[in-house]
Design a protein around this ligand. Sequence first.
Ligand code: NAP
Length: 300
Amino acid sequence: MLTGMQIAVIGGDARQLEIIRKLTELDAKISLIGFEQLDHAFTGAVKEKLEEVDFTNIDSIILPVTGANLEGQVETIFSNEKVILSEDILFKTPEHCIIYSGISNPYLNHIVKQSKRTLVQLFSRDDVAIYNSIPTVEGTIMMAIQHTDFTIHGSNITVLGLGRCGMSTARAFHALGAKVKVGARKSEHLARITEMGVTPFHLDDIEKAVAGTDILINTIPHLIVSAAVIAKLPSHTLIIDIASKPGGTDFRYAEKRGIKALLAPSLPGIVAPKTAGQILANVLSQLLQESYKNRKETEK
Ligand code: NAP
C-alpha cells in the first residue's frame, strides 16, 4: 500500500489515467497537474495548478512517457496550460523525492543532476520494454494493413534489429504467415533469428537482403535505411519505421524515389492506451511501494 505517500502526476495522455487509478487504489494522495479538462474524478486525487502544489511534501513525481521537452515543457493532453518542470521545483522537493518518466533528454537529466534527485526511466527497463513491445507490434500490424493492398500472409517482410521490439515484430509477422527476414549485427542475434524459424542476414549485407521486400520494418534508432538501401527496394515497398525520433530512415530519399515511408511513434498510446497504461501502472506501483518501504525502514 502507499498510504501516506504524496505523489504529483504531471501531464500525460490516457496512459496516465491507468496509473492514477492504480495509485489511488493503493491509497496514495495524488496531485494532478495538467488535468483540468479531464471529466473523470478519482477519489484521493486532486486537480491542482503547478503553482498551487506544495512540493516540499511530494515524495514522487510522475511525468508522461515523453518526460519533458528540451525547454522543460511537459506534454498535457488534458490541459491547454503550459506546464514547465523547472530545476526550482525539484529543489523544493524532499531529498528522497524520485522522478519517474518513460524516457529522458538532456534537459531532464540536467535539472535532476543539479537538484541531486533521482530519475527513473521506465522504458530503459527490460520488463517495461518487452511488455510494451506487445501493443507496439499490434500498432505496426495495423499500419501494415492500413497502408497496403495485399495481405501480410505470404508477403516478404524485412525486420531490422533483434531488440525487444524487433523480436516481437518478427514473431508476430511470422505467425501471420509472412516470409520474414531479420537483419542484425551480433552473431548471437543471428543464431536466435535462425532458432525462431525466420531468415537471418547480417546488417553488412542489408543492401542485398532487402531486394524483394514488400514491407520493411525498422526498429534500429540509427540511420540504417539509407539512400543506398532504399535504392535496392522495389517501388511498392512500404517502410514502417518505429525507431525513436528521427527514426532510422532517409525519409527525404524515400520520398524522392516515391517509396512510402512512415515514421510511427507512440504506437502503444495510439492503439492500446489502456494496456500501455496498465503496463506502466503495474511496474510503477511496484517501484513506488519498494521505495516507500525502504524509506520507512531507514527512517526507523
Ligand atoms: P532495443 O531492445 O535496444 O533494440 C534496438 C536494436 O537496434 C538492437 O537490435 C540493436 O542491436 C540495434 N541497434 C542499435 N544501434 C544500432 C546500430 N548503430 N547499428 C545496428 N544495429 C543497431 O530497443 P527496442 O526496445 O527494441 O526499441 C527499438 C526502438 O523502437 C527504440 O528506438 C525505441 O525507442 C522505439 N520504440 C518505439 C515504439 C513506437 O511506438 N514507435 C515503441 C517502443 C519502442 P545491438 O544489440 O547489436 O546493438
